[in-house]
Design a protein around this ligand. Structure first.
Ligand code: NOJ
Length: 562
């Protein structure tokens, strides 16, 4: 396997709106990021994935871009961006831009022009996916949008419907149009020339739609399921190869595609060793609900999957891409609840232990690990009680649709939001125990998690046993041990609903990764215990003292055998 620079890298995701406010307006910004680069250098990460900072009316917090070559006013200016990039580079940190090219904002000049007329003379006519309504005036098909409602909106000026897989303010680009692709590639090239180091490509598995846009199957929901017709569509790999040839292959970049609906078989193309598309993808299977008990309202009423199913999914990705492609490794991001609240135990007794255990479980796997801001502090869900505290368009729309169209009580739906809503991960970074957690001097755009007095960076930087310092160790191990980067993976005890045990092997060298997902002390199965004999050394653990034979509550211990 080629030893590209990004294979032993660790990526840290910044959600700029909630990271650090430098100008006292309650909103995080580029100046704030620049101030905190030293903190990231201390953590030891290699790359920042920067959630969108482009000009945007912020219907979806920057995932609706109105100008790809300008900066969102609230975040600063292009000069601020350049200063941030320069300082990051001087500290040895690379910048990976989040790029949203499945759709734009409806305020992007391309859409403004496109909606003017369907006339042949309008060069932007086919930049988006326009269709006539059905004879009875209904939308062209029955697809629902990800943020509730129909995926189609009627535009008066054009007299046609346009497709938007997300909000109506996020019209989908028409990738079948060669001119759209050229414009996107030119813009990407412009950023590369500026010196950025990579791209995270938003919902890139959705850029190719099945011709004819057939109706989706209709279940209990209000709309048909269009996913089979827009996820991993017929031309997606062709488009990505073209992008690779025209832009990506010309620079030493790190690239990751966000690919809802992708299977291991799809990933072999998206992130294959020799397929000339992307370096890796974000798959979603392990952050979905129990596949055996699908909810009525999609993600909102999903059931937690058994540990055995979760292990089986992660292991399938580990072994499925072995020798063929490369994995990304993540438990959290700006769209998911906090990992420690979801997969661990966020009570005061077990928060630190279980946050470290989850980190160990993930960071010892094969692939590129992604840390979402605050995860390195063991930050928890916000668990907002009141609808007024929510800001996220997806959550607010779902609340409306599920209470109004399905008659669920507000308490039930608030319960869904509390558990799975995206704002759980979007509360401000907890820097210290001063007002607003040191994030801003003004009222923050979204409330700070009240637990900031106990959970904050300043305390953890001084505490060698903190979650922060544990992540620092994990990152440094990856940088120094080839077995963590290149070793093969094998799952042990697949049936266990309590323990996640696996090995990594490189030549004669072996790692045993033992994780207890419960608050009970449990025996290590005899067969595994036998292999972890006196010759293995304890590489890292969230407990101080080695204790063979059992795993204490939420224990994670990694044994190294040479
Ligand atoms: C995925 C992004 O991660 C999410 O935050 C956004 O809302 C959708 N794509 C639409 O761009």
């Amino acid at each position: 396997m080629k030893q590209d620079w990004w294979r032993n890298a660790v990526v840290y995701q910044i959600y700029p709106r909630s990271f650090m406010d430098s100008n006292g307006d309650g909103i995080g910004d580029l100046g704030g990021i620049t101030q905190k680069l030293d903190y990231l250098q201390e953590l030891g990460i290699d790359v920042i994935w920067l959630s969108p900072v482009y000009r945007s009316p912020n219907v979806d917090n920057g995932y609706d871009i109105s100008d790809y070559q300008d900066i969102m006013e609230e975040f600063g200016t292009m000069d601020d961006f350049d200063r941030m990039l320069e300082k990051a580079h001087s500290l040895g940190i690379k910048i990976m831009m989040d790029l949203v090219v499945n759709h734009t904002s409806n305020q992007h000049s391309w859409f403004v022009e496109s909606r003017k007329s369907a006339d042949d003379k309008n060069p932007y006519r086919d930049y988006y996916i326009w269709r006539d309504g059905q004879e009875n005036g209904a939308p062209p098909n029955n697809w629902g949008a990800s943020f509730s409602g129909s995926a189609w909106t009627y535009d008066e000026s054009r007299g046609q419907y346009y497709l938007h897989l997300f909000a109506p303010e996020q019209p989908d680009l028409n990738w079948e149009n060669q001119s759209v692709r050229e414009k996107v590639f030119e813009m990407m090239d412009w950023w590369c020339k500026k010196g950025i180091d990579g791209f995270r490509l938003d919902v890139i598995s959705m850029i190719s739609k099945v011709p004819g846009l057939p109706d989706g199957e209709k279940g209990e929901g209000l709309y048909g399921n269009g996913e089979p017709f827009y996820q991993n569509g017929p031309r997606v790999h062709e488009y990505l190869r073209e992008m690779n040839q025209k832009v990506l292959s010309r620079y030493p970049l790190i690239t990751v595609g966000e690919t809802p609906g992708a299977s291991v078989e799809d990933a072999v193309f998206y992130a294959g060793n020799d397929t000339h598309e992307l370096n890796m993808i974000f798959q979603f299977e392990h952050v979905g609900g129990d596949p055996g008990q699908p909810g009525r309202y999609g993600k909102w009423d999903q059931k937690k999957m058994p540990l055995s199913t979760w292990k089986q999914i992660l292991s399938k990705w580990q072994t499925g891409l072995e020798g063929k492609g490369w994995n990304s490794l993540y438990l959290s991001n700006h769209d998911q609840p906090r990992a420690v609240s979801r997969f661990g135990n966020d009570t005061p007794q077990y928060r630190v232990l279980s946050a470290k255990m989850l980190a160990t479980c993930l960071h010892m796997m094969k692939g590129t690990p992604y840390i979402y801001q605050g995860e390195e502090l063991g930050m928890t869900n916000a668990y907002f009680d009141s609808l007024e505290d929510y800001r996220d368009i997806e959550s607010l729309n779902a609340y409306k649709e599920i209470t109004e169209s399905f008659g669920e009580t507000p308490e039930t739906v608030l319960g869904y939001l509390k558990k799975i809503g995206r704002d759980n991960a979007r509360t401000p970074m907890q820097w210290d125990d001063s007002t607003h957690a040191g994030f801003t001097t003004k009222t923050p755009w979204i409330p700070v998690n009240p637990n900031y007095k106990e959970i904050h960076a300043q305390q953890q930087l001084h505490d060698p046993d903190s979650v922060f310092h544990y992540y620092r160790q994990l990152i440094s191990l990856r940088h120094t041990m080839d077995i963590i980067v290149y070793g093969t993976y094998e799952l042990l005890e697949p049936e266990s609903e309590e323990l996640f045990l696996y090995t990594r092997t490189l030549g004669a060298e072996k790692l045993f990764v033992l994780c207890n997902f419960t608050d009970k002390e449990l025996p290590v199965p005899a067969g595994v215990s036998r292999d972890i004999h006196a010759k293995t050394r304890l590489l890292i653990s969230n407990y101080q003292k080695r204790q063979d034979g059992t795993l204490r509550p939420y224990e994670a211990s990694v044994y190294h055998f040479i």
